[in-house]
Design a protein around this ligand. Structure first.
Ligand SMILES: [Zn+2]
Length: 263
């Protein structure tokens, strides 16, 4: 029964794969332990404080790939504005040798992320999300960042450097700022990955993304073609539709699926 069930899910995931390719990889559900979830499966754990009162963002970076402080400062501010964490949101930085220098698959991100993890995502009253900053690129080289399950993101700085044009408008630093907030936005379930918004703001040709180019959840934020869409002013914030979705999920007025934890 369990085996048949898993095969069933496998076929379903294969059918869904084209829609989920790109920066949002939804096949984390195939993990052996069955509890990785999909991007958005720990949304309620972040938005609610009845169990998880603090949050840690674990940054595991290859030597030379430490994120910009402007990126992590911005992410902290964005998370503090939407997540209920009375005991605070803190960052833990660990230099890590991932031993992959060329291309990463979504499974590489999960497996090497697991090896590097210093804490499980749900531990006591602390929710931990992990962000890898590895050397190399994603196997789809047009992707700047990827969210692979409920708590794991990878940001590809080599591809971000490639995406910067000779005018440095936008600069690699600004691109990294936006890509980091964008990928963590996927861990928050944006847009429509674990709920259906009452407002029609999902881009039908880029599932999981906002159709508003002023939202950090606009699809091109994750793409190496980012400089073709924006000059120096990249969106760095969730727009009002994104924020209203998160408020509705937090107060229960929008129902939420695929959760690893519920209040
Ligand atoms: Zn995305």
């Amino acid at each position: 029964m369990g085996r048949l069930h898993r095969i069933g899910i496998g076929i379903l995931v294969l059918l869904l794969m084209p829609a989920l390719s790109g920066c949002l990889s939804g096949d984390g559900i195939l993990d052996v332990s069955g509890n990785r979830g999909i991007p958005g499966s720990l949304t309620l754990a972040c938005l609610d404080d009845s169990k998880y009162t603090s949050m840690v963002i674990e940054i595991d970076y290859e030597p030379g790939y430490l994120p910009e402080s402007t990126s992590t400062d911005m992410l902290k501010q964005r998370l503090e504005s939407v997540c209920a964490k009375p005991m605070g949101i803190s960052f833990v930085f660990t230099e890590t040798d991932f031993s992959i220098e060329d291309t990463w698959s979504a499974n590489d991100v999960r497996e090497l992320g697991d090896e590097a993890k210093s804490s499980s995502p749900q531990s006591g009253s602390t929710l931990t999300w992990q962000i890898l900053f590895p050397a190399g690129t994603y196997d789809d080289t047009s992707v700047l960042g990827v969210a692979v399950d409920a708590s794991t993101v990878a940001i590809f700085k080599d591809s971000i450097d490639e995406a910067e044009n000779i005018f440095r408008r936008p600069s690699a630093e600004k691109i990294e700022n936006s890509v980091l907030v964008h990928e963590v936005g996927h861990l928050l379930g944006l847009v429509n990955t674990v709920y259906t918004s009452p407002v029609d703001h999902e881009d039908s040709s880029h599932p999981g993304h906002s159709n508003n180019e002023d939202s950090v959840m606009y699809w091109a934020i994750e793409s190496t073609s980012i400089a073709n869409f924006f000059d120096n002013d990249l969106p760095t914030e969730f727009d009002s539709d994104d924020l209203n979705d998160l408020s509705g999920l937090a107060d229960g007025s929008i129902s939420c699926t695929d959760q690893l934890w519920r209040p």
